[in-house]
Design a binder for this molecule. Structure first.
Ligand code: C5P
Length: 237
């Protein structure tokens, strides 16, 4: 089975409050995009990596991730995914993986690919929800907001990426795009394609806010320090 990983990275990421689009923000020695591609390469699953970036940053992205195919994205995330899918070549399986999740461990990629390979057309990584969840009446400007009910969290999962699909399933899901889904699996569900969840990982967290960025920089700094300590220990042996 040939696997292509499509990395949508064409968002502006304004919630981060940084002067460059999110994927081009530095994590301390590497941009979010570079760290994300390095994670995909480390997983060993991908024959082809397609990165989707804002049109004016295609050349810059080429320089940052020379091993990936770079294509320009669109106005909405789903437009960017379709642009990436059209560059997937003759892949059998496509993984769509947000650039905003650069710390995703290799095992998550493998679990998703294995489940698609085993015959599931759409597979997403997910985590149980730790907080109590309440539905609120969010249609007005009331503050405090009235609670409608408490939701049973046992049947809920917080969904991450990479989301894996057979090429046929992803193509069909995006052909029916009404522009409302917040992820690719949501589009698949809407056209009746069964979606299955495998175990996600807290490290597959999405960088959305400045706080997330601080956490990601801290994790990478810790990894680098660990690698340096291991190198020194090896030299002393
Ligand atoms: O905005 P959000 O954080 O949900 O975006 C998820 C991913 O989709 C990000 O990696 C972002 O760069 C990408 N995206 C894109 N094209 C857009 C909007 C978002 O590739 N037009």
């Amino acid at each position: 089975m040939s696997v292509c990983v499509v990395i949508p990275a064409a968002g502006s990421g304004t919630r981060l409050g940084e002067p460059v689009p999110k994927a081009f923000v530095d994590l301390g020695g590497a941009t979010i995009l570079q760290a994300c591609v390095a994670g995909v390469v480390a997983s060993g699953v991908a024959e082809r990596i397609v990165v989707v970036v804002p049109a004016d940053l295609v050349d810059a992205a080429h320089d940052l991730v020379p091993d990936a195919i770079v294509v320009p994205g669109g106005a909405h995330r789903s437009d960017s995914v379709r642009a990436g899918l059209s560059a997937a070549g003759d892949a059998d399986i496509v993984l769509v993986h947000d650039a905003a999740r650069p710390l995703t461990p290799p095992d998550v990629f493998r679990r998703v690919v294995d489940a698609v390979d085993a015959g599931h057309p759409a597979v997403v990584p997910g985590l149980p929800v730790a907080d109590t969840l309440k539905e609120v009446r969010a249609d007005g400007s009331a503050d405090p907001i009235p609670v409608v009910r408490t939701v049973d969290r046992e049947v809920l999962r917080a969904i991450q990426t990479p989301q894996g699909f057979t090429v046929a399933a992803l193509t069909r899901a995006h052909a029916d795009d009404a522009g409302l889904a917040t992820d690719d699996a949501g589009l698949a569900e809407r056209c009746g394609i069964p979606v299955h969840v495998v175990a996600g990982d807290p490290l597959a967290m999405k960088i959305t806010t400045g706080w997330d960025l601080r956490i990601a920089r801290g994790v990478l700094a810790e990894r680098r320090a660990q690698a340096e300590r291991a190198e020194v220990a090896e030299e002393l042996r």
